[in-house]
Design a protein around this ligand. Structure first.
Ligand SMILES: [Zn+2]
Length: 496
């Protein structure tokens, strides 16, 4: 034993030193792999092919270039109003990206404000009230944009919009600012300002102008590669008024479908939840009208193959001033009993109140989709249930930021819902008031604020069609048309 003492000592020393180094490396390796496993678990089962991986690399480079050229401290959606951003490669990438569907969109506010002004400037009889003062609010002064039947009817203070823009006496950007939330007087509550924009929009338009509004809006989405729309149209309790607006939308849809055969759209009758605006009883009446019209008005673009045109229901308005959703339990139950094929999306969780639990009500009222669900993170059991029953979420990041629910978009919980495996998609809500290019802006802001990659973006776009209220057969056709578009987009983008 003594003889080998030196060797034994050396071996002992080696055993002490060498494993120490190895185990440090091993710990490092185990730690790193454990960490990577956690960091990279996001329940996105989309695997990118070789081409897509190349494009993802390009996307990451564009994100870095944007961050360098445009350092942002707070991820505020107002950046999308900066013309410098519109020329950035990353923004242009989202202009052409095949985005699938916009499933949460309000009928009166569907397009880019510049397109809206241009549309009404194409008429000879639309006028603008040039003495309009934003701070006074729309209730205390004449309408900002108004249609007069003849020149003799034109009231004091109004200038012809077409002529005014041509001779420079009217500034398009001034109207843009008034029609959008881009600039908001500091002493006005954001939601009040937002609601008031509806009153600044065109007054006194004819049915034909209304039809052209829808056509322009639908084409605007098609041009930005959004192929399917589910439009929330406010239903009051007058059947004739609702019939008129659904028929106008269908006529516009047929006109646009001739030009863009892949395009589809559906109507989601929606009732206002504000106690001072509409009663629960009247909501039942409006939903009964929705059932009548859903049986009567179909998508008969292909007369041999009629399809449902009114496909769902919704309840809307500023949530913190509205009735709780549980007060609609009976109405929702009765309506779905009368017509079980109607699907439901409910606005829920768009709230700053700590005791707001509308997301739980929405789930219990059998919503197939939740609109916003900003505070859903407070109810983990609801998240589990929604995952199990495939309830999806229409996330509207730009709208949530503009309306003051999420101050910095990096902190928007939507990214967490997505990583947890809830089926989420992006939606534009009220582009005319809140955005520059509609759904483009939501993809753009979500990508920079949530650090998304191409697999995330692909999943969001595909989910929008999966979560739509189209029939199973229509969905399959829409997804396969979108996949073709996606593949061409990947190929084309790599050539640039
Ligand atoms: Zn909404």
């Amino acid at each position: 034993m003594r003889k080998i003492k030196g060797i034994a000592l050396a071996a002992l020393l080696a055993a002490l030193i060498v494993p120490a180094i190895n185990s440090a490396e091993a710990v490092d390796a185990t730690y790193a792999s454990k960490k990577a496993k956690i960091v990279n678990t996001n329940y996105n089962n989309i695997v990118l092919n070789e081409q897509e991986q190349k494009l993802d690399k390009k996307l990451q480079d564009m994100k870095q270039a944007f961050a360098k050229a445009y350092p942002i401290k707070v991820y505020d959606a107002n950046v999308i109003f900066d013309p410098k951003v519109w020329n950035d490669d990353l923004y242009k990438f989202f202009m052409t990206l095949p985005k699938g569907a916009d499933l949460h969109l309000h009928g009166g506010a569907m397009m880019n404000p510049i397109e809206y002004i241009d549309l009404y400037a194409s008429y000879d009889n639309v006028y603008v009230y040039t003495q309009y003062v934003d701070e006074k609010g729309p209730r205390k002064q004449p309408a900002l944009l108004r249609c007069f039947k003849s020149k003799d009817d034109v009231e004091k203070g109004y200038v012809n919009l077409k002529e005014g823009l041509a001779n420079g006496s009217v500034d398009k950007n001034w109207i843009f600012d008034l029609l959008s939330c881009k600039t908001t007087p500091s002493d006005i509550r954001m939601w009040d300002y937002f609601e008031d924009i509806s009153k600044k929009r065109i007054q006194g338009q004819t049915q034909e102008m209304r039809l052209n509004y829808y056509i322009t809006a639908f084409e605007s989405y098609c041009k930005r590669n959004v192929n399917h729309l589910e439009i929330q149209e406010v239903f009051w309790d007058n059947l004739e008024d609702s019939r008129k607006s659904v028929l106008a939308m269908r006529e516009a849809y047929y006109a646009v479908k001739k030009k863009y055969p892949d395009f589809t759209m559906r109507v989601i009758p929606s009732c206002v939840k504000l106690p001072n605006a509409f009663t629960v009883e009247k909501t039942q009446k409006a939903f009964d009208n929705a059932i009548i019209l859903s049986n009567e008005i179909l998508d008969e673009f292909d007369p041999q193959n009629p399809k449902p045109f009114i496909t769902g229901l919704n309840l809307l308005a500023e949530e913190d001033l509205s009735r709780d959703l549980d007060q609609y339990a009976e109405v929702m139950h009765n309506t779905l009993k009368k017509k079980p094929s109607l699907k439901v999306e409910l606005h829920a969780g768009e709230s700053l109140l700590m005791d707001n639990d509308d997301v739980v009500d929405a789930y219990l009222l059998k919503a197939n989709r939740l609109g916003h669900a900003i505070n859903l993170y407070r109810y983990p059991k609801a998240i589990d249930n929604m995952k199990k029953s495939n309830v999806s979420i229409s996330l509207c990041p730009v709208s949530n930021n503009i309306l003051g629910y999420v101050y910095d978009l990096r902190m928007h919980p939507g990214v967490e819902y997505m990583r947890r495996g809830l089926s989420v998609h992006l939606a534009s809500d009220d582009p005319l008031k809140e955005e520059h290019e509609g759904l483009v802006d939501d993809f753009f802001m979500a990508t920079i604020a949530w650090d998304l990659n191409l697999a995330d973006i692909k999943m969001l776009a595909k989910n929008s069609l999966k979560n739509s209220f189209l029939t199973k057969k229509e969905k399959q056709a829409a997804i396969s048309a979108w996949e073709n578009k996606w593949n061409s987009f990947v190929e084309e983008s790599l050539k640039k």
